[in-house]
Design a protein around this ligand. Sequence first.
Ligand code: ADP
Ligand code: MG
Length: 206
Amino acid sequence: MKMKNKRMPFIAFEGLDGSGLTTQASRLRDWLSSKGYEVYLTKEPTDGLIGSLIRGVLRKELVIDAETLALLFAADRMLHTKNIIKLLDEGVIVITDRYRLSSYAFQSIEVDLDWLKKINEKALTPDLTFIIDTPPLICMRRIQKQRFHVELYEELEKLEKIHAIYRKLAEEESNTFLIDGNRPVEAVSSDIFDRVKESALLEGLE
Ligand SMILES: Nc1ncnc2c1ncn2[C@@H]1O[C@H](COP(=O)(O)OP(=O)(O)O)[C@@H](O)[C@H]1O
Ligand SMILES: [Mg+2]
């Protein structure tokens, strides 16, 4: 299904690691595909050159200061934005697993939020953002089942702070919905699908 001469919706998923972002982003992709839409699922950091550099920093293989890391995220996002716009204009719905709010939430602990907003101001604002709200302790438990190494942002105290910032952003940012992620996968998805239907961005979603 395609809407002629119209830029398709751009949808972002945000939240802590382990909150269910990848699970929910893929479920939304599958659901929209089943309705006949062409959907592209992407993520940040990207798989590009700058994204790979960022992953190295998150894995603590590379040490840089917080401001430089913030600029790397913004640069990765700028490249990402150009690709996203191209796809949207070609009639493809784009869903991203993390976007601008990740920079605000994770990095404003160490870096001034207004400056973060400034360096990210040219990034395309999503038509819908879902913040999956899952308690930090639950996120950590889910992650520990999956992974052995602990990434940079995974200490509980820090996660509590980031969680609180996400909740605040849910109130401040436009078209942004806080979704209770501490429920069965299907219940979380069902909320998200309802929000997409209510947004009236797409036709034929019953
Ligand atoms: N609603 C849920 N309830 C219980 N476990 C979940 C739920 N959503 C995801 N998980 C599990 O938690 C882990 C992390 O999920 P994932 O979607 O990869 O999170 P993220 O991408 O946010 O890090 C996975 O093992 C996944 O199967
Ligand atoms: Mg993930």
